[in-house]
Design a protein around this ligand. Sequence first.
Ligand SMILES: [Ca+2]
Ligand SMILES: [Ca+2]
Length: 429
Amino acid sequence: MRRGSRPRAVHGAGLAVVRFAAGSSAALLLAACGGGGGGGGSEAVATPTPASQPTPGPAVTAPPTPTPPAASPTPAFPALRLTPIASGLDRPLFVGAAPDGLPRLYVVEQTGRIKIVADGAVRTAPFLDLSGVVSCCGERGLLGLAFHPDYAANGRFFVNYTNRDGNSVIEEYARSTVDPTVAEPGPVRTFFTVEQPFANHNGGMLAFGPDGLLYVGLGDGGGAGDPDGNGQSITTKLGKILRIDVDRYPTPPPGNLTGGDPDIWDYGLRNPWRFSFDRTTGDLYIGDVGQNLYEEVDVEPRGQGGRNYGWRITEGLHCYDPPSGCDTSGITLPVVEYGHDVGCSITGGYVYRGTAIPGLAGDYVYGDYCSGRVWTFTWSAGAVANHVEITADLDPGKLLTSITSFGEDGAGELYVVVGEGSVFRIDAR
Ligand SMILES: [Ca+2]
Ligand SMILES: [Ca+2]
């Protein structure tokens, strides 16, 4: 079965879809296959395909009120800056905080270690060291980390990595009962391992939703163009956002997709490298990495899963297979797309819910791994508003050479992770 087994309403057709393409072309660090996912993408670098660029086709829907992002923030937009938080890290690709109220950040290194940043320094001894079990690098490695909502009491946390066989593993680990700055070295349990047909498109994100369930991002398995049709198949975990109850696994939580793999929440994803939940509204924001032409942001209202995000029928707002005249019934189209003239691999971010920058409150901040460009928009009443590029304001020194991730601390302040080894906080200037 290649499609969902039940009829679905068309989501997104009535939304204010925003398409933009800025004039200047970005310096592409990755090949156009959108290998991305920020996880390094060295495979893509090794196999550029400049001659195989398809011609952009028309959008499958006419954007009702296209409002391309302003070239620079309006005067009312808060002036921002990047504050260095940590450096000297080894291929960092995620930063987050445990929900325990402690002033610490946890940085995930692709090569397998989780490092604590506290008191202005990176602690030498890792919190957890999985360098002996992960494969790295390219798009492989230790890719995701999520803390249990009750971590302060139970010390439970979860990781997403590719093992030495190149397969994706979702595991639970535990904080040491002796020293809370380190974890027990071995896993508490393995929820599942997914065989990976190709080295790329492994997804990697983990996050707890407002429902207390663990959401897992897995790419379509890799290659190019989803050769196995995994995105539209509901019998594989590849090309999905999964949703599991860490207390009752493998019993699926009510509301997951039925008729296929019981862990599926959403399908039709290509490589949802980074996604996040708005900590105020519970809405889900997905940055799905595109193939050759279009990067996209999908927004899902809280609790409204079971959606088909289109891949490989669609890439962004456009037909991919077939290249024209595709059937978009039942597909939820992105709320924002951008072309490879301004980037090549989206890094999904977060809705700002901190307190230090009041003018940024409620704005979703996202960026591009390859071009280092950063944008914000507000998702309000089913429409994109205030869509602006903030790169020139935020990063005049061009520090964001490769944006592998954004992140939040316990207070909701936002961070940017640069794959060459640094973490910055977004502050008001
Ligand atoms: Ca793969
Ligand atoms: Ca899509």
